[in-house]
Write a protein that binds this ligand. Structure first.
Ligand SMILES: NC(=O)c1ccc[n+]([C@@H]2O[C@H](COP(=O)([O-])OP(=O)(O)OC[C@H]3O[C@@H](n4cnc5c(N)ncnc54)[C@H](OP(=O)(O)O)[C@@H]3O)[C@@H](O)[C@H]2O)c1
Length: 295
């Protein structure tokens, strides 16, 4: 089997490339720059390729002779030069067009719990719009909605580790919001399973345990042998500060991002069995967090 991966240098991409190669799957790994290319693992089954979402030829070359594409490129934190429309919607549309031109039988897209084209939140809305595009991109359009992802190098893990480094840490709303963290390696196993046996649909895949962010921080601290005191930052105050900073900087942690981070995560029916994977216990996932994001 041969798959193409966009956003191959993302935290999910780096784990996916390793897992795919270890299973004997060839990967055409799409990235946007030479420096991103250098961050990819070096393996005979991994072929790095520079792509541009505005250059259909580069996407056609990425997808040539592949059985499936896994579209990972996407953002939560917008920047001065990167909007949700460009990174989440337009990039997905470009890859979907290329998948149709290549006649790919399946298109796997990583989305987020809460995604909806009707959402009042701009991030969830952009992911919802991208889901619709991805579902129509191939006979088997597979959408996997995920919660916060934990694994070496993921943004969620970096925030957790930064929080427990200090003796005192400030959490939004005291960290009362409830998450259902998913091990990045479990997501990668699910993605590869979807590539092998693609069945069109939208799957909600979350971790085995629901836990408040506060308790997640405390559990991580305990595992690392640390004690951490938790202080609370009112969410309204954080939103206000983010609104001002977001205007000045033209991006970064905006009120939209704060609303995403503090949203409760819950799935009605977890897709672990449907996607043929076994979920890693949260404690095991947390124990892996200190591994480095190595190529
Ligand atoms: N991490 C989570 O907790 C989480 C939760 C739910 C869903 N997801 C989804 O899972 C996927 C992978 O997430 P991740 O956390 O592994 O990503 P990540 O490490 O933040 O990497 C983001 C990727 O998107 C690319 N990208 C950024 N701006 C772009 C643009 N304007 N156009 C095209 N590509 C752009 C980046 O390429 P450059 O390096 O070239 O900028 C990079 O490859 C994303 O679609 C994300 O929305 C993640």
């Amino acid at each position: 089997m041969r798959i193409a991966v966009t956003g191959a240098n993302s935290s999910v991409g780096l784990r996916l490339l390793r897992q795919a190669a270890a299973c004997g799957i060839s990967v055409d790994a799409g990235v946007r720059s030479e420096s991103a290319m250098r961050s990819l693992p070096s393996h005979e089954l991994i072929a790095p390729r520079i792509i541009s979402y505005r250059d259909p030829d580069s996407l056609d070359a990425l997808l040539r002779d592949c059985d499936s594409v896994v579209h990972l490129a996407g953002i939560l934190i917008p920047g001065k030069n990167t909007s949700y429309q460009e990174a989440n919607v337009d990039a997905t549309a470009s890859v979907a067009d290329a998948a149709r031109r290549a006649g790919l039988p399946s298109f796997v897209f990583i989305s987020v719990l809460g995604a909806s084209p009707d959402s009042a939140n701009a991030y969830f809305r952009s992911k919802g719009e991208a889901e619709t595009i991805a579902s129509d991109a191939a006979p088997a359009g597979v959408v996997i909605r995920t919660p916060i992802l934990l694994g070496p190098g993921s943004a969620g893990s970096a925030a957790l580790l930064a929080g427990v480094k200090r003796d005192k840490t400030s959490l939004l709303g005291g960290g009362k919001y409830v998450l259902q963290p998913l091990d990045v390696d479990d997501l990668c196993a699910a993605v590869l399973s979807a590539c092998r046996r693609p069945v069109a649909g939208t799957y909600e895949l979350a971790g085995p345990e629901r836990i408040s962010y506060r308790n997640l921080v405390l559990q991580t601290a305990e595992l690392l042998g640390k004690r951490v005191q938790i202080r609370s930052v009112p969410i309204w105050l954080a939103r206000l500060g983010a609104a001002v900073r977001g205007r000045l900087r033209g991006g970064g942690i905006t009120p939209t991002v704060i609303d995403v981070i503090t949203a409760d995560e819950e799935v009605e029916a977890n897709a672990d069995s449907a996607l043929g994977i076994e979920l890693t216990p949260l404690r095991e996932t947390l124990a892996k967090l200190q591994e480095k994001r190595t190529p």
